[in-house]
Design a protein around this ligand. Structure first.
Ligand code: AHR
Length: 538
């Protein structure tokens, strides 16, 4: 129908135009909001960075609570299926995440550990005063640990006793372990079932020597470090040239002045070191704990605690920057690795559990926390060349929980499994506008991501959606390759505090994620609170 433009109708037309404009403006605004939802990610495959050392996926197994006894060791006579006393189910699960190294026997325990009590047919029962004062049967000792390492295809990171041991005790342990020559100690090793020398690739010289390891000053510790570094030798012929044992000195436990001074002292001494002592790594410990003593619950919490813990975990970045800057002053060539050999979430002990056993559940929040930390380590791959999550089984942020014959894999386990392709892959720069997720007065980057190329040439991308309430649409361009197809998997769960239990082991589990290639870009949707890993075929 035609209509004439009377003044009245002109007015109506203007009004209509205005309404149409309002619709357009609203649509524009809506699109703008919608566009914010879409995160543009750019990976530059033509600018490879440092190698993401597989050792950042290391584990920590201390004689603490049910970590070793029950978690790994059930003894050869147990009804739980085992190989020479070591649980078969745990071994199979750990093999699947390609654990690069295991730090043992502690922690605080290491500075009270006397290795001779854990070898031979007559094991000495001692105490574990740090962790509940329980009896330490020493049935899981040197040979059992190294058998476990063999069974899971990993490598040993031994922590020697500096606090209450002697250089002689540590030197004899290494001679016992590594010499091929027929010394009395080597014969004893053979009599105990292992004629061939063991490989010990990593050696920690003390643990938290500024605290549970003996309350030492930096200068006192340095004097010990020099002695241990000089006399605790590895005699394995296979480790004299290329695979030399790396010695890791005690480093900081936070960002406060006493720890920046600690890093300064050790690094300064190293810069001027003489031929007779050396080190290859400086350790750093940093737990996500918010309040001390640990009060946050590991299960049965809400979004407030979710956002508080994740905010706190991001402090790892600042801490690495702070100590790396000090290390750069004395070691601009980055010869000394920063090894974050204790990290993870430390919550209140589970009700009913022994408070000295550090038993906690592991939720979807911990999966996000693990991904954020691993991404921080990967972004600092040139300096951070090792890390050990605390701890492997039944203690703190564990991969695995056990109860007698039962075993369950935690959300953190699934993250470590998803990240296997990043082991020894080459870091690739990713740029994106992370946006922000806010809860109350807490604001966090909504999205996090890393990319890498594996040794076989395949490209991998990890993207975390921190926001527990909203999906995130991603469009990722990859300069330097022609993406043909992509596949991926995502880890998410119904709630931020969803956990896996023996009764419901798959509440937090991975599932495939759809990735389309449109105009050369990867297009995918991330579920709220999810960790996603994608591989790209070119
Ligand atoms: O992982 C538990 C304890 O935390 C370790 O024994 C100690 O090194 C740290 O303080």
């Amino acid at each position: 129908m035609m209509f004439s433009l009377t003044s009245n109708s002109r007015h109506t037309f203007t009004q209509r135009l205005q309404s149409v404009s309002v619709v357009f403006i609203l649509f524009g605004l809506f699109s703008a909001v919608f566009a914010q939802e879409k995160v543009q990610l750019s990976v530059d495959a033509s600018k490879p960075g440092a190698k993401i050392d597989r050792n950042i996926f290391g584990q920590f197994a201390e004689h603490l609570g049910k970590g070793v006894y029950e978690g790994i060791w059930v003894g050869p006579d147990s009804k739980i299926p085992n190989t020479r006393g070591i649980r078969n189910d745990v071994v199979a699960a750990l093999k699947a995440i390609k654990v690069p190294n295991v730090r043992w026997p502690g922690g605080c325990f290491a500075d009270e550990y006397h290795w001779r009590k854990g070898i031979g047919s007559q094991r000495v029962e001692t105490l574990n005063p740090n962790w509940g004062g329980v009896i330490e049967p020493n049935t899981f000792g040197t040979h059992e640990f190294l058998d476990f390492i063999d069974q899971i295809d990993s490598e040993a990171y031994l922590s020697v006793n500096v606090g209450s041991g002697t250089p002689q005790e540590a030197a004899e342990w290494l001679e016992y372990l590594t010499t091929p020559q027929q010394t009395t100690l080597a014969k004893e090793r053979a009599a105990n079932g292992h004629p061939a020398p063991y490989k010990i690739p990593y050696l920690g010289i003390g643990n938290e020597s500024w605290d549970c390891g003996g309350n030492m000053t930096p200068d006192y510790y340095l004097s010990q470090l020099k002695i241990y570094s000089r006399f605790v030798r590895n005699f394995n012929p296979a480790q004299q040239d290329k695979q030399q044992m790396l010695k890791i000195a005690v480093g900081p436990g936070g960002g406060e002045t006493r720890w920046t001074e600690w890093t300064e002292s050790i690094m300064k001494a190293w810069q001027n070191h003489q031929w007779s002592w050396d080190m290859n790594g400086l350790s750093m410990h940093n737990y996500t704990v918010v309040r001390w003593p640990p009060a946050f619950l590991s299960v049965g919490f809400g979004e407030t605690e979710y956002s508080q813990i994740l905010k706190s975990t991001l402090d790892m970045e600042g801490l690495i920057n702070k100590h790396s800057a000090i290390m750069d002053k004395y070691d601009p060539q980055k010869k000394i690795a920063l090894i974050i050999d204790e990290w993870g979430a430390w919550y209140a002990s589970l009700p009913g559990s022994h408070p000295g056993f550090l038993a906690q559940q592991n939720s979807m929040r911990d999966a996000i926390l693990a991904a954020l930390n691993l991404n921080i380590f990967a972004r600092h791959a040139d300096r951070v060349r090792g890390a050990n999550i605390a701890q492997m089984i039944n203690v703190l942020q564990a991969m695995i929980l056990t109860d007698k014959e039962k075993m369950v894999l935690t959300p953190t386990y699934h993250v470590f499994k998803m990240y296997v392709p990043f082991q020894d892959a080459t870091f690739l720069p990713v740029t994106f506008n992370a946006g922000s997720y806010t809860h109350g007065d807490i604001a966090l980057p909504r999205v996090d991501a890393i990319a890498a190329r594996d040794p076989a040439g395949k490209l991998w991308l990890e993207i975390t959606n921190v926001d527990p309430n909203s999906i995130v649409d991603i469009e990722a361009s990859i300069a330097g390759i022609n993406a043909k197809s992509a596949t991926g998997e995502t880890l998410t769960a119904p709630k931020v505090d969803s956990v896996n239990t023996f009764e419901a082991p798959n509440t937090v589990n991975t599932k495939p994620v759809a990735v389309k290639i449109e105009g050369g870009k990867l297009v995918l949707r991330l579920e709220p609170k999810s960790v996603t890993v994608i591989s790209v075929e070119q």
